[in-house]
Design a protein around this ligand. Sequence first.
Ligand SMILES: Nc1ccn([C@@H]2O[C@H](COP(=O)(O)OP(=O)(O)OP(=O)(O)O)[C@@H](O)[C@H]2O)c(=O)n1
Ligand SMILES: C[C@](O)(CO)[C@H](O)COP(=O)(O)O
Length: 395
Amino acid sequence: MKTAAIILAAGTGTRAADPADPRPKQYRPCRGESPLGRSVRTFLSVDAVSIVQPVIRPGDVGEARRLLPGGEPRLLAAVAGGETRQASVLRGLEALQPHAPDLVLIHDAVRPFLTPALIGRVIDALAAAPAVLPAVPVADTLKRERDGFVAGTLDRAGLHAAQTPQGFHFAAILEAHRRAAAAGGTHTDDASVAEAAGLPVRLVPGETANRKITTLEDFEMVGADGRELEYRAGQGYDVHRLVDGDGVTLCGVSIPHDRSLSGHSDADVALHALTDALLGTIGEGDIGDHFPPSDPQWRGAASSLFVRHAVERVTARGGRVINADITLVCEAPKIGPHREKMRGTVAALLGVTSDRVGVKATTNERLGFLGRSEGIAAMAVVSVAMPTETRSNGR
Ligand SMILES: Nc1ccn([C@@H]2O[C@H](COP(=O)(O)OP(=O)(O)OP(=O)(O)O)[C@@H](O)[C@H]2O)c(=O)n1
Ligand SMILES: C[C@](O)(CO)[C@H](O)COP(=O)(O)O
């Protein structure tokens, strides 16, 4: 399956206009990075995304080029958007057609705090539906207003707030958008274009942190530059016993071996240490607190699930992973031949580029239980950037 992503950044950002910085919100620094740069980086961190198509205002070519990573073959040259969001999406879809993707994810650049896990969830759901919408249940009571007074209270049962990335079978959404443009209707999201074309739209859970930066107040709340960032470190350590078997999974990579690691899940000792390091940055206990070994549902589970969960916990607190460094301690198997694949796998899980992931290995000089190949140990260190929390005493 070839999956493309459209990143929409052709808006003028009128509601978030900042007298101190005339650039539209998608280009302004927000927690140390522009929303456009961060959104594109997150999509590029997902291996399943083959190409990323930014859509920008024609006059913003220089600004966009400055913020987007260079030398990235999966990142297409930005195309010009239209007068409305809907028109910009159609321009993006038309630009992708020669690349013949099977699936397309359409995302607002100004939702920069989405996680790789959300992207994965949308892609997975497209196996069983032509259109997929991430959404969160509405939590506030909804009122209808007339002339400054409440004219009624809506029943919020079953109501959801729509997010992006919204995912589609490419041919179906291109056709639906062309028809919507010809019909002249206005749609504020692509799921409603799909609905109008009669396509069933599958709901998947969105993420609270994946909020849209709409107003200047939103910008300030999510942490524009000027708000202080703090940098945190977390460490993790784990060890698993080696038993009879034919292979091990380390850093998410399967390696043929004359033994296997024993454990409740897939026993990926490196990803367990990494999970603990991530949880350590936010003081949220350890892997056993979140995934108790007594719970049968984690039997044989891929440990990538634990890392994704820990990243989501960090992201929910407004954090961003900066880098990770993992050391494996074992006499065998040899890690060198698998190192680059491991770095790529870990980078994708963390939503960072591979140059921010170190995977190292050492033997234990045949000393102790590791030296006797009775087990494999792993240590991980992670650093995270996070907006400084304001406490009630003003600190
Ligand atoms: N003609 C347009 C209008 C919007 N967008 C994009 O669609 C997303 C929708 O977010 P929104 O908050 O509506 O952005 P703006 O249209 O820029 O905001 P405003 O209405 O305040 O001007 C944004 O990523 C925006 O850049 C776009 O690509 N083309
Ligand atoms: C697509 C969207 O993000 C779904 O919530 C949203 O509708 C786009 O923002 P707009 O203000 O409606 O253009």
